[in-house]
Structure formats: structure tokens, C-alpha cells
Write a new protein. Structure first.
Length: 383
């Protein structure tokens, strides 16, 4: 039974895909929406499906129906689902939904209040709209990747975090929720064109602000935030582990120096003496490399030195702070993040994702189809 939540009563139809679209659907399902994902029919065994389903936790909390969208009957069933939906989410290249016969013009004509959420890398328009691409490409042209570089090192960022999720799914959900509120007042739906290029630029607002105020230069490695300052850096430890510090405020900077016994060292007497930053970075690099990561955690973690170890997902699951907050959970022994943010009046129970098509019969029954009609569709290969 579906958990009651902040989005209880909201019906979302998601056209199955990869990347940010399914993540956006998961966000809606995690908050109590009824998310029906339309998936392709699978020819794999039930055992293979179960293993795949367990790993693909982005479908948790959703219901699954498998439709043959190459058949007229499959398209009509999809449209009937859309008729009663509040939101549609799709993540195909521009024009694919139109060619399938379920584009925004068709859907909004049938359901004028519908919010038609479109998730792409480049957007529905523009000279790159039809080009292939992935997360690094989108955040490359938006400017979001630039400050992931350091002098002598190419710009990099954790794959999918900045683009697919931050600039993609999260911005899509923000737009869909805003449009949903507007539709409830006006009775008029709309298309939400969420491009990762646009979204990653939008979520880079603080970086751009820092650049506009002179805290970041166009050339990498000139400012405190992009690799020049010794007190805002990642360092390797004697055991090969990594730690990170960002003691920006003066009192936090002093805390760091006191705990490292560097208060009187000339390279650290003036936090903003950029001429001493190079020497300071060398000193800290050598110092942190003399002891293990655990040693530095014991000395600095939980203090105002603005410190943390850099953990793998497996290590993060076991960290006391993450355990205390329930940051990670396991469902059928599959590691996955718990629902965020924490809400005082909603505590969801995260279950296993559905097998492909497992809810098809129940979903079609809700549409008014009888057992005979459902069996006929199954025999025809439509579902």
C-alpha cells in the first residue's frame, strides 16, 4: 500500500529511460506520489529481472507497466494513463515522444491540466538539441565544469552529480512542482523544458557570484576557492586515504592551525597572504602525508577546523554521522540513499523496486479494463 506523503494524490506517469528521468520519478515516489513507470517489455527471465530490479533502486516506490509502444493499442493505453495524470516525465531526445504519438500537443489536448516534464541534455531547442551527449558534455558548455580544474589538471567532476542530478533531475522536479501549483490555480498545464545545460548553469549560481565578485579568476588556481589556498584543499595521507579541509572563516582557520601546531609558522601567519600560499600548501601536504587518515580524523573530525575524510560509498555507509541520520539504507542488501530531506510529518518506508510490468494488470483494471480484455492484450503482446 502506498505511503501517505506530501505528494499523496499526485499521479505521475513516467516513460522509462535512464539517468535523470528515473531519478526525478524516484523523488516524486519517495514523497508519496503515485508514479507509474511505462517500461519496455523485457524478454529476460524472472530471475534476471529480479536481480536487475533490485539494483535499479531508482524505481523504488513506483508501479510498473510494460507496454509495446510500437503498437497502436500500446499507445492508446499510454494515453489513457496520461488522461488521469497530473504529471508526465520523459527523457528522450527531442521529437521521440511526438513520433510515438504521445507528444505534448496530443497529451495536453486530452488533459489540459497536465504538466509535461521533458528532461534532456541540451534542451528541446538550440543548435545542439539533436546531438548525442552525456553529463560531462552538458556541464562542459554550461560553465559548470570549469572550476573543477586545477593548474596542471584537467577539469573534472563526479559523473552525474553536477549535470544529470543537480542540473537535470532536481531542476526538472522544481519546474514540475512550480507548474503543478500554477495548474491547480489556473487549470492550465504546460510543458517544462528542463535542459541539463540550463540547469547546471542555474545551480552554478554561487560559483558565478564568486567569479563576479573577484573571488574566482578566469584562470584556474588563482583564488581561494579553486586550488590556490592551502586551507581549502584535498590532501593525501600516509595510508593512501584522502582528507579535505576548508577553514575559510578566520576563527576556523585559527582552530586548524592550533590543532596542527602551526600557529607561529611564518607561512600561516596571514591567512590571505597569497604569496605564502604555495609554501603553506607544501607544508600541509607533507604534514598530512606523515600519518594515516584515521589519525587525522581523530585529531580534527568534529571540530571547527572544517575537516572531513573523503569516503567511498561503502565507508560512507558505516560513518557514525550517516548512521545516526539514516543517510543510507539497504533494501534486499542493495545500498542506496535514504529519502532526503528529513521531514517531521512524513516518514516513508522504502521498499523494493517492482519487476518490469508487475503492476500492469492492476493498473489496467483501474482504467476500467476487464480480465478478458487484459488477457487479450497480453496474448497480443501489447502488455
Amino acid at each position: 500500500m502506498k505511503n501517505s506523503g506530501p505528494l499523496s494524490g499526485v499521479k505521475v506517469v513516467e516513460f522509462g529511460g535512464i539517468g535523470p528521468g528515473p531519478f526525478a520519478g524516484m523523488l516524486f515516489a519517495d514523497m508519496g506520489a503515485d508514479v507509474i513507470v511505462i517500461e519496455r517489455k523485457s524478454s529476460s527471465s524472472s530471475a534476471d529481472q529480479a536481480a536487475s530490479s533490485a539494483a535499479m533502486f531508482l524505481n523504488r516506490g513506483k508501479r510498473s507497466i510494460a507496454l509495446n509502444m510500437k503498437s497502436a493499442e500500446g499507445v492508446q493505453l499510454a494515453l489513457r494513463l496520461v488522461d488521469s495524470a497530473d504529471v508526465l516525465i520523459e527523457g528522450f531526445r527531442p521529437g521521440v515522444m511526438e513520433r510515438l504519438g504521445v507528444g505534448p500537443d496530443v497529451c495536453l489536448a486530452r488533459n489540459p491540466k497536465l504538466i509535461f516534464g521533458r528532461m534532456t541534455g541540451w534542451g528541446q531547442t538550440g543548435p545542439l538539441a539533436q546531438a548525442a551527449g552525456h553529463d560531462p558534455n552538458y556541464i562542459g558548455i554550461s560553465g559548470a565544469l570549469w572550476y573543477g580544474g586545477r593548474p596542471g589538471h584537467a577539469p573534472t567532476a563526479p559523473l552525474t552529480s553536477v549535470g544529470d542530478i543537480g542540473g537535470g533531475a532536481m531542476v526538472l522536479c522544481w519546474g514540475v512542482l512550480c507548474a503543478l501549483m500554477q495548474a491547480r490555480e489556473s487549470g492550465v498545464g504546460q510543458v517544462v523544458d528542463a535542459a541539463i545545460t540550463d540547469g547546471s548553469a542555474y545551480t552554478s549560481s554561487l560559483l558565478l557570484l564568486m567569479r563576479n565578485t573577484g573571488q574566482l579568476a578566469e584562470n584556474l588556481g588563482q583564488g581561494w576557492a579553486d586550488g590556490a589556498a592551502p586551507w581549502n584543499e584535498t590532501y593525501q595521507c600516509a595510508d593512501g586515504g584522502f582528507i579535505t579541509i576548508c577553514a575559510l572563516e578566520p576563527k576556523f582557520y585559527q582552530e586548524l592551525l592550533q590543532r596542527l601546531d602551526l600557529t607561529e609558522h611564518r607561512a600561516f601567519r596571514s591567512q590571505w597572504d597569497t604569496s605564502a600560499w604555495g609554501e603553506g600548501k607544501g607544508i600541509l601536504s607533507s604534514l598530512f602525508n606523515t600519518q594515516s587518515r584515521d589519525h587525522w580524523c581523530e585529531l580534527l573530525e568534529g571540530t571547527d577546523a572544517c575537516f572531513s575524510p573523503i569516503l567511498s560509498f561503502e565507508e560512507a555507509e558505516r560513518h557514525p554521522h550517516n548512521i545516526a541520520r539514516g543517510t543510507y539504507i539497504r533494501v534486499n542488501d542493495v545500498l542506496q540513499p535514504s529519502i532526503a530531506p528529513k521531514m517531521s510529518n512524513y516518514q516513508a518506508v522504502v521498499g523494493a523496486p517492482p519487476l518490469v510490468g508487475q503492476d500492469g494488470g492492476a493498473i489496467l483494471t483501474e482504467l476500467g479494463l476487464g480480465a478478458g480484455a487484459i488477457d487479450s492484450l497480453r496474448n497480443q503482446g501489447v502488455i
